[in-house]
Design a binder for this molecule. Sequence first.
Ligand code: ADP
Length: 360
Amino acid sequence: MRGCCFPVTFDRSPRGSFRLVRNSSFELSKRGGRRENQRGPVVVCFGEMMVNLVPTVEGVSLGDALAYEKSPAGATANVAVGISRLGCSAAFIGKVGKDEFGYMLSDILKQNGVDNSGLLFDENARTGLVFYQIKSDGEHEFMFYRNPSADMLLRPAEIDMKLIKKAAVFHYGSVSLIKEPCKSAHLAAMNVAKMCGSVLSYAPNIALPLWPSPEAARETIMGIWNYADIIKVSEEEVRFLTQGDDPYDDKVIMKKLYHCNLKLLLVTEGAQGCRFYTKDFKGKVSGFEVEAVDTTGAGDSFTSGFLSIVAAHKQIYKDERRLREALDFANACGAVTVTGRGAIPSLPSKDAVLRILLSY
Ligand code: ADP
């Protein structure tokens, strides 16, 4: 299958044994799975890219920290890099400041093989910053510098709609819905993608400190719910969106989060793996047992793995067996990511994912 990202087909008898049954596009390359001339249909990711600043010493509060280490942040950008690292085509649309941090983020996309032609530079606003730490009492501390940052100033007229028209999959989150003009840009891009027949993939991220109130977050996130073909949420997000309902109750999921246009709803459960819901069937795919070091980026890595397959198999939600295989692959992506520190540095190559799949 030319351009197919689906890496391998296997049977998974009870956890612990994989049997390769077909080997269509299975190819371990020495360069981490990247095959430049055969990268297949493009996944276009839309959203924000910021610089994350984390104290060099764990556990100290942001105010007490003496030094910070910088890293790229932004869920949909992580997904774009993840897809590219798996050997598939990805592009990113967003805006950064015309400053050193903006250039750095743009270079990170490029170095990772992501088409960064849709990343714009704003002359008048800085690249967004987020200082982040988990304090010794386990509390998460955030300090955002977005008053406004360049990502929030992306306007509908600035978007390269030609890039969106090429998208087999158009993937987005919800931080880009918080403020205008970026919200209108997001909606315009989403509408074009929908009209062009792209699969619309939505992975809302709650990021409460960025919203005026939890109610505003819930209402806006749910406001675009019915557009998506595929939605991925974590258990924590289910709890928030359903206002505290049990995220394991299938009736809650189907009643409150499933909608008539939706093809597939995915609920990730950390180390446990994920659940899937379509209008015809539902089920669970177990995760992989690994030694977790840092869970940052696990959900984005999972999404990358799954979308890299959807790009070439748009109807995968109709076939339960193939869907389970794809979710196994996605779980393996998430598992590899938690074994390393940081999101982008820990996004796996196809070889790394296959190693974990074959070792079970
Ligand atoms: P998010 O990062 O969006 O909160 P999850 O924590 O549910 O999402 O993780 C996403 C996926 O990453 C899971 O479905 C699973 O496949 C994988 N994963 C996450 N944590 C672990 C872990 N500790 N061990 C193995 N796999 C994990």
